[in-house]
Design a protein around this ligand. Structure first.
Ligand code: ATP
Ligand code: MG
Length: 390
């Protein structure tokens, strides 16, 4: 009897002709995150992935639960085609499940292998009875069981309980690349994570404004990339020196347009790097109405500076929902470290909340966008932040 993890995936199952591309990428990501374990084997059969990891089970579950594309990570046993073995494996599985006292259960059997001499209901009944007579406190509930033991009879017998839910989504590497405008705040790391979850390989760009913003603000962004890389393997981070641009804006732009012009320049610089990197889209952490510059009018005047589509995964979420995700994914405590960002340092007292493109262009009349972008592009630090765990 072999102990394995059965990895089930939901959305990939729906992919038609491209399915094997998605499966192969998922397998590659699983192998990558488990590469430190000496006895790993990853196999694909019957639309599922079976992973065997030797003894490092808890750590393996923890790692697998950060791989996008997985619906469930289920402890499973594989036995020979033998009802006696299936019974004892099922009992073992439920004993390893955790505290099952006062829980209800059901055994459900599928038998694609019709040469097996017992039909599915017989197997379910036999195994169920065996479990009942060898445990205390379990009850059968065929309609709404708390624990569902699945038995699949194929060339071997596979027995599993869907236990740890995965993050779902699509495997990173199946949806192209995008560039995340990453500040040290709460929102943008969440936006990056949500886009990663759709299979996108995310790089990040951070506009650093030393000495207006300290190196601790930069460290925050590096640490956020480390957290994001736990989900993707690695994040390439571009740190752009934004100080000169801020000085120019502060001098040449009426203060109420400062945030808007700053955002427009951020988009323009990001567009150039995205093109160099083969990224097809930019990502921001904006959400309608959250701050003065995130009105629909504010968003539309920054949209027009780039031809690239801008992904805004948080656009219709409210702050509480965003904070919940930040907590769950592990970025919240880093984002709330009390270091300033350039937007808070330079935030105008009376920002323009409903700008239109003509007045913004008039306000920017003294700016030479191309020159500013060119200079910014010549002063970039690049870091490859990878995660040992992936
Ligand atoms: P966040 O929590 O992500 O900082 P925010 O609510 O503070 O977002 P803004 O300050 O209006 O919002 O910024 C909007 C978006 O612009 C951010 O979500 C981020 O994508 C991008 N952005 C802002 N500041 C920077 C920066 N210094 N470097 C890179 N991107 C930035
Ligand atoms: Mg911010």
């Amino acid at each position: 009897m072999d102990k394995v993890f059965l990895i089930s995936y939901s959305e990939i199952g729906l992919k038609g002709g491209n399915r094997s591309f998605f499966e192969n990428t998922l397998i590659r990501n699983i192998k990558k995150t488990l590469r430190k374990f000496p006895d790993v084997s990853v196999e694909r059969t019957h639309g599922r992935i079976y992973v065997s990891v030797g003894t490092n089970t808890n750590e393996a579950i923890e790692r697998l639960s950060k791989v996008f594309g997985i619906a469930y990570i289920s402890p499973a046993f594989v036995t020979g085609l033998d009802l006696v073995q299936a019974k004892s494996a099922s009992l073992k599985l439920i004993k390893e499940y955790g505290d099952y006292t006062d829980k209800t259960f059901k055994v459900e059997t599928r038998r694609p292998n019709k040469s097996f001499p017992y039909i599915s209901p017989e197997v379910s009944r036999e195994v169920g009875a065996y479990i009942l007579s060898n445990t205390d406190g379990l009850e059968v509930d065929v309609k709404n069981p708390e624990i569902l033991i699945n038995i699949e009879i194929r060339e071997k017998i596979y027995i599993y309980i869907n236990k740890t839910p995965g993050l779902r989504g699509l495997p990173v590497g199946t949806s192209g690349k995008a560039l995340l405008l990453l500040s040290g705040g709460i929102d943008s790391p969440v936006a990056g994570w949500m886009t990663m979850r759709r299979g996108v390989e995310v790089s990040a760009i951070y506009y650093h404004s030393f000495p207006f913003t300290s190196d601790r603000a930069k460290q925050k962004v590096i640490d956020l990339c480390k957290v994001l890389s736990e989900y993707s393997g690695s994040v390439k981070l571009f740190i752009v020196n934004f100080t000169d641009i801020l000085k120019v804006l502060n001098k040449d732009i009426p203060s109420k347009y400062l945030t808007i012009s700053m955002r427009r320049l951020m988009m323009k610089i990001a567009e150039q790097i995205a093109i160099q990197e083969g990224a097809l889209s930019l990502i921001t952490g904006e959400s309608i109405g959250q701050v003065a510059s995130q009105t629909l009018e504010g968003i539309s005047v920054s949209d027009v500076v780039t031809k690239l589509p801008i992904i805004r995964p948080l656009i219709a979420l409210d702050k509480e929902e965003i904070m919940d995700i930040a907590h769950n994914i592990g970025t919240y405590n880093i984002s709330t470290r009390p270091y300033e960002d350039c937007c808070t340092v330079f935030v105008p007292k009376h920002p323009k909340t409903r700008p239109n493109i003509d007045e913004v262009e008039t306000a920017e009349i003294k700016l030479d966008h191309d020159e500013l972008v060119k200079n910014a592009l010549s002063d970039i630090e690049i870091m490859n932040i990878s995660n040992d765990n992936f």
